[in-house]
Design a protein around this ligand. Structure first.
Ligand code: TRP
Length: 341
C-alpha cells in the first residue's frame, strides 16, 4: 500500500524551462516512477490569478502549456493525479476556515510574499488574495493530507505556515483531522540554474531561458550565444570555469562527468575554444530535449484529450478534498444537517 502522499504544484504563468526541469520536474518523474507515493500535481491557477486577475487569458493559455510540459517530461496520468486548483471548490471553503486561524501580521511577515510584493511593485495596493495565498496553499496541501511536499527553497515559509495552521486547527477543534506536511527541498548548493546570459535567475522577463517547448534550432541559437568567461578572448587563453554558464549547464545536465572534467581542464589550461564547449553542450541539451519535444508533439495533436486528463485528475481530487472538507466541517461543528433524513 502507498502510505505517503506527495502534493506539489506550479503557478501557470508561462511555459516551463530547463531550470524547472532540473529543479523539480525531473525529481517528480523519479518519485512517480518509484511507485511508493500517492502523487498529486496541482496547476495552481487560482494562485496565479492572485496577481493576474486582470489578465486571465495569460493564465488560461499557460494552463495548457504547463499541462503539456508535465506530460512531455514523463508525468504519467496513470500514475500521477494532475489537477487544476480552480476546479476543486473544497479548497476555497478550507481556505475560509483557515483564514480565521491566522492573523494579518503573521501573513505580512512571510519573507517570500514580502519580496514578491516588492518585486511586483504593488505599493499600497496589495491584492488581499495575494497576501493570503499562503493560507490557500495550506488548503491545497491539507486537502489531500499530503505529508511530503517537494518544492523550491522559496516555498519554505509556505510549508511553515501550513504546519502552523495544521497544529492550530487540530488543537483548536480538538481533532486529528489535518496532517502536518514535511517540505522536501533541493540539496544545498544545487540551487537554481542561471539564465543563458549568466544572470542568477532564468525568467521570461529577462529573455534568458531555454524552454522545454523550444524547437531544436532555437535551443542551438540560445546555446551558441550563451555567456561564458568574458576574459577568454583567444582560444589559447586560459579560461575560467567559475561563473561560466556553459560549464554550469554541463555540470547540471551532462551525464559523462569524466568528459566534462576533461573539458574543464583543457579550458583552464588554454587551447579550448568556447564554440567547441558550446557545441558539446548543444549535443547534451538536444539529447535531453528531443524525446521531450517528441512526446509533446504527440499530446499537441489532441488538446481536448489533455483537458480530459486534467478533468479526470480534478474529478478524483474532488472526491478526496470533499472528504477532508467533511471532516473539517465536523470538527468545527458546522455539520448542522447531518442527522436530517
Ligand atoms: N507556490 C508554489 C510556487 O509558486 C505553487 C503552489 C501552489 C504549490 N500550491 C501549492 C506548491 C501546493 C506546493 C504545494 O511554486
Amino acid at each position: 500500500m502507498k502510505t505517503n502522499t506527495i502534493l506539489t504544484g506550479d503557478r501557470p504563468t508561462g511555459k516551463l524551462h530547463i531550470g524547472h526541469y532540473l529543479g523539480s520536474l525531473k525529481n517528480r518523474v523519479k518519485l512517480q516512477n518509484e511507485g511508493k507515493y500517492n502523487m498529486f500535481i496541482m496547476i495552481a491557477d487560482m494562485q496565479a490569478l492572485t496577481d493576474n486577475a486582470r489578465n486571465p487569458e495569460k493564465i488560461r493559455n499557460s494552463l495548457i502549456q504547463v499541462a503539456l510540459d508535465y506530460l512531455s517530461v514523463g508525468i504519467d496520468p496513470a500514475k500521477t493525479n494532475i489537477l487544476v486548483q480552480s476546479q476543486i471548490p473544497a479548497l476555497n471553503e478550507l481556505t475560509m476556515y483557515y483564514l480565521d486561524l491566522v492573523n494579518v501580521s503573521r501573513l505580512e511577515r512571510n519573507p517570500t510574499v514580502k519580496s514578491e510584493i516588492k518585486q511586483k511593485g504593488f505599493g499600497q495596493s496589495i491584492p488581499a488574495g495575494f497576501l493570503t495565498y499562503p493560507v490557500s496553499q495550506a488548503a491545497d496541501i491539507t486537502a489531500f493530507k499530503a505529508d511530503t511536499v517537494p518544492v523550491g527553497d522559496d516555498q519554505e515559509p509556505m510549508l511553515e505556515q501550513t504546519r502552523e495552521i495544521v497544529r492550530t486547527f487540530n488543537n483548536t477543534y480538538n481533532a486529528e483531522v489535518l496532517v502536518e506536511p514535511e517540505g522536501v527541498f533541493p540539496p544545498k548548493g544545487q540551487g537554481r540554474l542561471p539564465g543563458t546570459d549568466g544572470n542568477a535567475k532564468m525568467s521570461k522577463s529577462l529573455g534568458n531561458g531555454i524552454y522545454l517547448s523550444d524547437p531544436a534550432d532555437v535551443v542551438t541559437k540560445k546555446i551558441m550565444s550563451m555567456y561564458t568567461d568574458p576574459d577568454h578572448v583567444h582560444v589559447e587563453d586560459p579560461g575560467k570555469i567559475e561563473g561560466n554558464t556553459v560549464f554550469t549547464y554541463l555540470d547540471a545536465f551532462a551525464e559523462d562527468k569524466a568528459k566534462v572534467a576533461e573539458l574543464k581542464e583543457q579550458y583552464q589550461a588554454g587551447g579550448l575554444g568556447d564554440v567547441k564547449v558550446k557545441r558539446y553542450l548543444n549535443d547534451v541539451m538536444q539529447g535531453l530535449l528531443e524525446p521531450i519535444r517528441a512526446r509533446r508533439a504527440e499530446y499537441e495533436k489532441d488538446i481536448p484529450g489533455v483537458y480530459q486528463i486534467l478533468k479526470d485528475g480534478s474529478d478524483k481530487a474532488n472526491e478526496i478534498a470533499n472528504q477532508t472538507l467533511a471532516e473539517v466541517r465536523a470538527a468545527i461543528g458546522v455539520d448542522y444537517f447531518k442527522d436530517l433524513k
